[in-house]
Design a binder for this molecule. Sequence first.
Ligand SMILES: Cc1cc2nc3c(=O)[nH]c(=O)nc-3n(C[C@H](O)[C@H](O)[C@H](O)COP(=O)(O)OP(=O)(O)OC[C@H]3O[C@@H](n4cnc5c(N)ncnc54)[C@H](O)[C@@H]3O)c2cc1C
Length: 427
Amino acid sequence: MQNKLRVAIVGCGSGGPAAGIFLARAGHDVTLFERVPSLKPVGAGFLLQPTGLSVLQKLNCLEEVLQYGAPVERLYGHTPRGRTILNLHYHDLQTGVYGVGLHRASLLHVLCQEMEKLGIPLKLGTEIVTLQDAGTQSCLVDKEGNTYGPYDLVIVADGSRSSLRAQLGLTCKVKPYNWGAIWFIGEDKEAHFRKELYQVFQSTKTLLGFLPTGFTPGKETAPLVSMFWSLRLDQYDAWKEKGLQPWKDEVLRLVPRAESFLTQITEPEQLIRAGYFDVVMKQWGNDRAVVIGDAAHAMSPQLGQGVNLALFDAMVLTDCIQKADSVSEALAHYNQQRKRHLRFYQFATRWATPFFQSSFTPLGLVRDWVFPYGLYVRPWRLQMIRAMAGLKRGIFRFSMPLGSLQLKQLPEPTSDGQPQRSWFAES
Ligand SMILES: Cc1cc2nc3c(=O)[nH]c(=O)nc-3n(C[C@H](O)[C@H](O)[C@H](O)COP(=O)(O)OP(=O)(O)OC[C@H]3O[C@@H](n4cnc5c(N)ncnc54)[C@H](O)[C@@H]3O)c2cc1C
């Protein structure tokens, strides 16, 4: 777009700052609003897929992210009896490709540093509660009653519990899942969990996972691991009342090598409870505002796509804005552009989640019989790997070629799976 737009972005998670950086670089006047007064590390680690990494590369943030992140070469999951259910290697797509486990704080740190370099104002402690019409533009009103704007474009990136998306007048369905997870991030001094997202599945009621999560800025002593345990949310209080020991015994029965890791957990409160939502919208933008990230399409984290999709939204949105003559034309184009990618992951996540997290245990038996055979059928396995990598845009054949991401050669992980903190300094 020729004109310099005044853009407000609500939410400084992952999609919000990414959109801010892209748009500021394109010459627009961007302001970010974030309700928390200081950006603290909340939530668990997540897995960046090749799609998310390619967006970070375009943001000029990839090298720094790779210095904090932990290379993840495969997703591996089995039953307690040792039956392999998932064994998906990124290198089956292309040699040298992998995912990156990262702490939320590290991504935010890197993105905020880049925003600072570009001089993007970030208004912390500002909870936006109302989107107000101002002729052809919009204003924002915060909890204290302060008004900001007018803005040519408002980007709503306020997460799965968004209070603003309903104000856009777009059709939206929000459904919470009964099942969620409890999380703990701890140090992995003995290097028991490296190079893979490791999961154990028993029926549909037990899911235990370990994700290498790299380092957080300023704390680069021992690498971190995120542990997650699936739980029906209404059973959380009962789980807490039972005390930690029976749960720890169960974890050790499933994964004996977690013993030293578990010594870091002494109180149930150290485990963070996370619930998920399905958010389904037919369109994400009207003629002057757009919803991106979890606010637009939250889903269960079963396929590990949320951050990656939020980053991709930001990139595609900027591209649509740059190519259009008006905001409404850009947002109409954005609605078209994002449809297939987002619809596929919403469908696939809704379809896959009950096989791993639900009270309907026969699905666990189906999973234990069907999934392992899928691993031996190369075309099926490749479809699963493409889905994991974030590339799918349709059920059977449709996927983005990996090459279309233009992801550069990633540094080879060290033999013990450590993040490549020295690689860029040397290269
Ligand atoms: C347990 C769990 C595990 C996950 N694992 C993965 C994974 O492995 N891989 C992956 O890709 N994704 C994963 N996800 C999903 C991922 O966390 C989300 O998809 C991602 O954080 C979405 O980013 P976002 O920017 O849209 O929203 P968020 O990160 O939620 O950011 C929204 C921001 O908006 C702010 N905000 C909210 N309301 C307002 C307001 N009114 N005014 C101002 N600011 C506001 C919030 O404080 C927050 O900072 C996981 C999620 C969960 C719950």
